[in-house]
Ligand binder design. Sequence first.
Ligand code: F6P
Length: 475
Amino acid sequence: MASGLAEFVVIANRLPVDRITGPDGETTWRKSPGGLVTALEPVIRRKGGAWIGWHGAAGEKLRPFEHEGMNLVPVPLSEEEVEEYYEGFSNATLWPLYHDVVAPPEFHREWWDAYVRVNQRFAQKAAKIAKKNAVVWVQDYQLQLVPTMLRELRPDLRIGFFLHIPFPPTELFQQLPWRRQILEGLLGADLVGFQMPGAAQNFIRLVRQRVGHKTHRDTVYLPDGRTVLAQAYPISIDAAGFEELARTPEVIARAAEIRESLGNPKVVLLGIDRLDYTKGLRQRLRAFGELITEGALDVDDAVFIQVATPSRERVGQYILLRDDINRLVGRINGDVGRIGQQPVTYLHASYPREEMAALYRAADVMVVTPLRDGMNLVAKEYVACRYDEKGALVLSEFAGAASELKSAYQVNPHDINGMKQMLLAAINADPRENARRMKAMRRQVMENDIDLWAANFLRELNAVRDPHAKNPRPV
Ligand code: F6P
């Protein structure tokens, strides 16, 4: 961004860095572990691009800064905006509404006002730093108004939007008092990307019904001659990076150490999730607890490790869930545990990628049972780490990943008995059968990684017809 202006701009709720405070109180930044930054970092570097996002602390204004070749532009949020825009409208209205209302969404007018205000701030930042004809890629449900706000400020830009979470069926979306504004906000983009084709269809149908624009298949025709394309781009992971990590002697040794510290049980089951009510933690723990109580699994033979990463800890539904899971784990261990033999090892903590890779390698059965999930990258990470073609994946049919990972042991997480049967099937399967399934899943994951996802989206964004230009602009 030598000229002070960027040719490629990513806008996301969070910056791709975490602040680290050293023992002497000095703070530094460390790149966040997510796949999105892995995929976009090279494009940002190559293009002299920039990433606009919140730096994670309320009430603090920071100047733009550079980190490992990326220009980072922090957006400040006041304490009140964190409560109303982030915890409120984003995570207590949109998040449950977009996840099949598995928790009741709350509708508050002052939260909406904060959402509008903060989206405007993000759009203004982008308008200020984007070069003429730049490409801007807006990420996720926190920023659905940005595309149109930005287009109003800068009609020359090429704007893409990607929704990382599900887009709900029309019947549920209609509950939102601001449904029309959200749809109109998204229509500022040239390309709107979703995880699943069904989500793109929901969006197109809603635009036709609620906004009244003409649509044909995946295209919306706006009165000014512009078109908006809505398509599915299933997101993925840095698959080669995970496999490489899983192959390191340190990770292999750590995986053996984990099994050893559990008393070398015959079967290790594993769940790794953000502590979120969409993830189906209750259902999976109940299924496992019942298998032990009923004697289908022996407490000496089977251990369930559940890692629950702390998340959105001040939001009411997350506080309730945390208490609920604490109680459930306590009950299972209290009822069926023995001295030195706890069936559930529950860890409310977040771990570095190396430890995750070791856990994946240590687990015979990975249990991923969300009630609704846009994609679920943990399922893909497990598959990427199992280059040994060992292990089995039990996967909810309500995770986006289920349409790609067809060889997983697929379950309906609401059906506890069905889930118990599938857990036993995965545990007792002939290793050759599990190897066959893992091989098929690995082909899918290793060939369709996060780089391909980003390249596909950006290629399509570049190709979208611009009614005002003769030639498409290069990305
Ligand atoms: O899945 C949606 C998402 O926003 C991810 O992009 C992110 O990693 C995760 O949820 C955690 O969200 P938050 O920023 O609220 O901690």
